[in-house]
Design a protein around this ligand. Structure first.
Ligand code: COA
Length: 237
Protein backbone atom coordinates (compact mmCIF):
# COMPACT_ATOMS: atom_id res chain seq x y z
CA UNK A 1 0.00 0.00 0.00
CA UNK A 2 3.08 2.30 -0.25
CA UNK A 3 1.60 4.47 -3.00
CA UNK A 4 -1.93 4.14 -1.72
CA UNK A 5 -3.97 6.27 0.60
CA UNK A 6 -6.89 4.53 2.22
CA UNK A 7 -9.79 6.67 3.39
CA UNK A 8 -12.61 5.42 5.58
CA UNK A 9 -15.60 7.29 6.86
CA UNK A 10 -18.11 6.36 9.49
CA UNK A 11 -21.33 7.71 10.87
CA UNK A 12 -20.78 8.41 14.58
CA UNK A 13 -24.39 8.17 15.75
CA UNK A 14 -24.85 4.47 16.43
CA UNK A 15 -27.20 2.38 18.53
CA UNK A 16 -26.59 2.08 22.29
CA UNK A 17 -25.58 -1.59 21.83
CA UNK A 18 -22.95 -0.76 19.26
CA UNK A 19 -21.57 2.10 21.35
CA UNK A 20 -21.29 -0.25 24.34
CA UNK A 21 -19.49 -2.81 22.17
CA UNK A 22 -16.98 -0.24 20.92
CA UNK A 23 -16.47 1.16 24.43
CA UNK A 24 -15.18 -2.28 25.47
CA UNK A 25 -12.19 -2.06 23.14
CA UNK A 26 -10.97 1.34 24.38
CA UNK A 27 -7.93 1.63 26.64
CA UNK A 28 -8.26 2.85 30.23
CA UNK A 29 -7.08 6.37 29.32
CA UNK A 30 -9.55 6.54 26.40
CA UNK A 31 -12.39 5.41 28.68
CA UNK A 32 -11.38 8.08 31.18
CA UNK A 33 -11.32 10.68 28.40
CA UNK A 34 -14.78 9.58 27.26
CA UNK A 35 -16.08 10.08 30.79
CA UNK A 36 -14.87 13.68 30.81
CA UNK A 37 -17.27 14.76 28.02
CA UNK A 38 -20.10 16.80 29.51
CA UNK A 39 -22.67 15.92 26.85
CA UNK A 40 -23.62 12.29 26.28
CA UNK A 41 -23.74 12.78 22.51
CA UNK A 42 -20.11 14.00 22.49
CA UNK A 43 -19.07 11.09 24.73
CA UNK A 44 -20.77 8.60 22.44
CA UNK A 45 -19.26 10.10 19.31
CA UNK A 46 -15.77 9.97 20.83
CA UNK A 47 -16.26 6.29 21.76
CA UNK A 48 -17.41 5.45 18.23
CA UNK A 49 -14.61 7.45 16.58
CA UNK A 50 -11.88 5.81 18.72
CA UNK A 51 -13.45 2.38 18.66
CA UNK A 52 -13.70 2.53 14.87
CA UNK A 53 -10.09 3.71 14.58
CA UNK A 54 -9.03 0.71 16.64
CA UNK A 55 -11.20 -1.64 14.60
CA UNK A 56 -9.81 -0.47 11.24
CA UNK A 57 -6.19 -0.42 12.44
CA UNK A 58 -6.70 -3.85 13.98
CA UNK A 59 -7.77 -5.20 10.56
CA UNK A 60 -4.73 -3.70 8.81
CA UNK A 61 -2.27 -4.93 11.41
CA UNK A 62 -4.02 -8.21 12.24
CA UNK A 63 -4.06 -7.31 15.94
CA UNK A 64 -7.04 -7.39 18.29
CA UNK A 65 -8.33 -3.77 18.44
CA UNK A 66 -8.13 -3.63 22.24
CA UNK A 67 -4.42 -4.52 22.12
CA UNK A 68 -3.42 -1.51 20.03
CA UNK A 69 -1.36 1.11 21.79
CA UNK A 70 -0.96 4.74 20.82
CA UNK A 71 1.68 7.33 21.58
CA UNK A 72 1.06 11.06 21.35
CA UNK A 73 3.25 13.90 20.12
CA UNK A 74 3.73 16.95 22.32
CA UNK A 75 0.82 18.53 20.44
CA UNK A 76 -1.45 15.55 20.80
CA UNK A 77 -1.12 13.77 17.42
CA UNK A 78 -1.67 10.05 17.97
CA UNK A 79 0.48 7.43 16.28
CA UNK A 80 1.01 3.72 16.73
CA UNK A 81 3.31 2.78 19.58
CA UNK A 82 6.89 1.98 18.53
CA UNK A 83 6.31 -1.65 19.55
CA UNK A 84 3.66 -1.83 16.79
CA UNK A 85 5.83 -0.34 14.08
CA UNK A 86 5.40 3.34 14.99
CA UNK A 87 5.56 5.31 11.78
CA UNK A 88 5.42 2.35 9.38
CA UNK A 89 1.71 2.92 9.25
CA UNK A 90 0.52 6.51 9.47
CA UNK A 91 -3.01 7.56 10.19
CA UNK A 92 -4.96 10.65 11.03
CA UNK A 93 -8.62 11.36 11.61
CA UNK A 94 -11.06 14.17 11.84
CA UNK A 95 -14.63 14.38 13.06
CA UNK A 96 -17.34 16.93 12.52
CA UNK A 97 -20.96 16.60 13.61
CA UNK A 98 -21.97 12.96 13.05
CA UNK A 99 -19.19 11.98 10.65
CA UNK A 100 -15.58 10.89 11.09
CA UNK A 101 -13.00 10.50 8.34
CA UNK A 102 -9.81 8.45 8.66
CA UNK A 103 -6.77 8.37 6.41
CA UNK A 104 -4.13 5.59 6.40
CA UNK A 105 -0.79 5.49 4.59
CA UNK A 106 2.42 3.54 4.79
CA UNK A 107 5.72 5.37 5.31
CA UNK A 108 4.38 8.86 4.63
CA UNK A 109 2.80 11.43 6.89
CA UNK A 110 -0.90 12.15 6.48
CA UNK A 111 -3.24 14.79 7.85
CA UNK A 112 -7.01 14.83 7.52
CA UNK A 113 -9.48 17.61 8.15
CA UNK A 114 -13.22 17.25 7.84
CA UNK A 115 -15.72 20.07 8.32
CA UNK A 116 -19.48 20.22 8.29
CA UNK A 117 -20.23 23.19 6.06
CA UNK A 118 -22.46 25.18 8.36
CA UNK A 119 -23.30 28.69 7.17
CA UNK A 120 -20.74 31.15 8.55
CA UNK A 121 -21.92 34.74 8.42
CA UNK A 122 -18.43 36.20 8.78
CA UNK A 123 -16.41 33.73 6.65
CA UNK A 124 -14.81 36.69 4.87
CA UNK A 125 -13.70 38.24 8.16
CA UNK A 126 -12.32 34.92 9.43
CA UNK A 127 -10.41 34.54 6.16
CA UNK A 128 -9.01 38.07 6.50
CA UNK A 129 -7.75 37.16 9.95
CA UNK A 130 -6.38 33.65 9.35
CA UNK A 131 -5.62 33.38 5.62
CA UNK A 132 -2.87 35.17 3.71
CA UNK A 133 -3.69 38.50 2.04
CA UNK A 134 -3.69 36.80 -1.40
CA UNK A 135 -6.05 34.05 -0.24
CA UNK A 136 -8.44 36.38 1.48
CA UNK A 137 -8.55 38.58 -1.68
CA UNK A 138 -9.54 35.45 -3.67
CA UNK A 139 -12.50 34.85 -1.35
CA UNK A 140 -13.52 38.53 -1.51
CA UNK A 141 -13.59 38.38 -5.31
CA UNK A 142 -15.82 35.27 -5.53
CA UNK A 143 -19.59 35.52 -5.96
CA UNK A 144 -21.44 35.13 -2.64
CA UNK A 145 -22.67 31.66 -3.64
CA UNK A 146 -19.06 30.38 -3.82
CA UNK A 147 -17.51 32.11 -0.80
CA UNK A 148 -18.48 29.51 1.79
CA UNK A 149 -17.24 26.49 -0.13
CA UNK A 150 -14.01 28.30 -0.98
CA UNK A 151 -13.54 29.23 2.67
CA UNK A 152 -13.95 25.61 3.81
CA UNK A 153 -11.71 24.30 1.01
CA UNK A 154 -8.99 26.72 2.12
CA UNK A 155 -9.49 26.02 5.82
CA UNK A 156 -9.47 22.22 5.52
CA UNK A 157 -6.43 22.32 3.20
CA UNK A 158 -4.38 24.33 5.67
CA UNK A 159 -5.53 22.31 8.66
CA UNK A 160 -4.90 18.98 6.90
CA UNK A 161 -1.30 20.03 6.25
CA UNK A 162 -0.84 21.27 9.84
CA UNK A 163 -2.28 17.99 11.11
CA UNK A 164 0.05 15.99 8.86
CA UNK A 165 3.05 17.72 10.43
CA UNK A 166 1.45 17.41 13.87
CA UNK A 167 1.56 21.16 14.52
CA UNK A 168 -2.21 21.49 14.49
CA UNK A 169 -3.57 24.97 14.96
CA UNK A 170 -0.50 25.83 17.03
CA UNK A 171 1.07 26.37 13.57
CA UNK A 172 -0.53 29.45 12.07
CA UNK A 173 -2.83 28.99 9.09
CA UNK A 174 -1.38 31.88 7.09
CA UNK A 175 2.07 30.17 6.94
CA UNK A 176 0.47 27.63 4.65
CA UNK A 177 -0.38 29.05 1.23
CA UNK A 178 -2.85 26.98 -0.79
CA UNK A 179 -4.81 27.14 -4.03
CA UNK A 180 -8.40 26.47 -3.10
CA UNK A 181 -10.80 28.43 -5.34
CA UNK A 182 -13.67 26.19 -6.50
CA UNK A 183 -12.38 26.04 -10.10
CA UNK A 184 -8.73 25.36 -9.15
CA UNK A 185 -7.05 22.05 -8.29
CA UNK A 186 -6.20 22.00 -4.61
CA UNK A 187 -2.47 22.48 -4.13
CA UNK A 188 -0.02 23.51 -1.48
CA UNK A 189 1.77 26.54 -2.94
CA UNK A 190 4.23 27.59 -0.23
CA UNK A 191 5.06 26.96 3.41
CA UNK A 192 6.56 30.00 5.11
CA UNK A 193 7.21 31.25 1.56
CA UNK A 194 9.10 28.07 0.59
CA UNK A 195 7.73 26.72 -2.70
CA UNK A 196 9.98 23.64 -2.75
CA UNK A 197 8.84 22.58 0.70
CA UNK A 198 5.24 22.84 -0.53
CA UNK A 199 6.00 20.66 -3.58
CA UNK A 200 6.71 17.77 -1.22
CA UNK A 201 3.01 17.46 -0.37
CA UNK A 202 -0.16 16.30 -2.06
CA UNK A 203 -3.50 17.84 -1.22
CA UNK A 204 -6.72 16.11 -2.14
CA UNK A 205 -10.24 17.38 -1.49
CA UNK A 206 -13.20 15.06 -1.04
CA UNK A 207 -16.89 15.45 -0.29
CA UNK A 208 -17.76 12.43 1.86
CA UNK A 209 -21.42 13.42 2.30
CA UNK A 210 -23.73 16.31 1.49
CA UNK A 211 -22.66 19.51 3.30
CA UNK A 212 -19.32 18.08 4.37
CA UNK A 213 -15.93 18.82 2.93
CA UNK A 214 -12.61 17.24 3.72
CA UNK A 215 -9.04 17.63 2.60
CA UNK A 216 -6.19 15.21 3.08
CA UNK A 217 -2.53 16.21 2.98
CA UNK A 218 -0.06 13.43 2.18
CA UNK A 219 3.72 13.63 2.17
CA UNK A 220 5.33 12.90 -1.22
CA UNK A 221 6.33 14.81 -4.35
CA UNK A 222 3.19 16.50 -5.61
CA UNK A 223 3.84 15.22 -9.14
CA UNK A 224 4.09 11.56 -8.03
CA UNK A 225 1.04 9.33 -8.37
CA UNK A 226 -1.05 8.38 -5.37
CA UNK A 227 -4.01 6.06 -5.51
CA UNK A 228 -6.78 7.07 -3.17
CA UNK A 229 -9.27 4.40 -2.16
CA UNK A 230 -12.44 5.14 -0.21
CA UNK A 231 -14.60 2.98 2.02
CA UNK A 232 -17.50 3.60 4.28
CA UNK A 233 -17.21 1.71 7.56
CA UNK A 234 -20.52 -0.01 8.24
CA UNK A 235 -20.82 -0.70 11.91
CA UNK A 236 -23.31 -3.54 11.49
CA UNK A 237 -20.73 -5.73 9.73
C1 COA B 1 -5.24 18.97 15.93
C2 COA B 1 -6.32 20.03 15.95
C3 COA B 1 -6.09 20.97 14.80
C4 COA B 1 -7.67 19.29 15.77
O1 COA B 1 -8.69 20.19 15.70
P1 COA B 1 -10.25 19.85 15.47
O2 COA B 1 -10.68 20.50 14.19
O3 COA B 1 -10.95 20.23 16.70
O4 COA B 1 -10.38 18.31 15.40
P2 COA B 1 -10.40 17.22 14.24
O5 COA B 1 -11.68 16.50 14.38
O6 COA B 1 -10.03 17.74 12.90
O7 COA B 1 -9.18 16.25 14.67
C5 COA B 1 -9.16 15.66 15.91
C6 COA B 1 -8.27 14.44 15.83
O8 COA B 1 -6.99 14.76 15.29
C7 COA B 1 -5.99 14.00 15.98
N1 COA B 1 -5.05 14.97 16.55
C8 COA B 1 -4.99 15.51 17.79
N2 COA B 1 -3.94 16.39 17.87
C9 COA B 1 -3.35 16.38 16.67
C10 COA B 1 -2.22 17.09 16.12
N3 COA B 1 -1.50 17.96 16.85
N4 COA B 1 -1.89 16.87 14.82
C11 COA B 1 -2.61 16.00 14.07
N5 COA B 1 -3.69 15.30 14.53
C12 COA B 1 -4.04 15.50 15.81
C13 COA B 1 -6.69 13.16 17.03
O9 COA B 1 -6.86 11.86 16.53
C14 COA B 1 -8.03 13.86 17.19
O10 COA B 1 -9.12 13.03 17.45
P3 COA B 1 -9.32 12.18 18.78
O11 COA B 1 -8.52 12.80 19.83
O12 COA B 1 -10.76 12.17 19.00
O13 COA B 1 -8.80 10.84 18.40
C15 COA B 1 -6.31 20.83 17.27
O14 COA B 1 -6.70 20.00 18.33
C16 COA B 1 -4.92 21.39 17.59
O15 COA B 1 -4.52 22.41 17.05
N6 COA B 1 -4.14 20.72 18.46
C17 COA B 1 -2.80 21.10 18.78
C18 COA B 1 -2.83 22.05 19.96
C19 COA B 1 -1.60 21.92 20.82
O16 COA B 1 -0.53 22.33 20.47
N7 COA B 1 -1.80 21.35 22.00
C20 COA B 1 -0.70 21.13 22.91
C21 COA B 1 -1.16 20.40 24.11
S1 COA B 1 -1.73 18.76 23.73
Amino acid sequence: MTEEVHLWWVNLDLSADKIEELAQILSADEKARAQRFYFQQHRHRFIVARGTLRTILGHYLAIAPNRLEFEYSSRGKPKLAESLGGNEMHFNLSHSQDLALYGFTRDRAIGVDLEYMRPIADAQKIAQRFFSARESAIIDALPDSEKLIAFFRGWTAKEAYLKATGDGLAGSLDRVEVSFAPNEPMRLLAIDGDVQAAARWHLHAIVPAANYIATIAVEGQSNSQLTIRNWQFLSNL
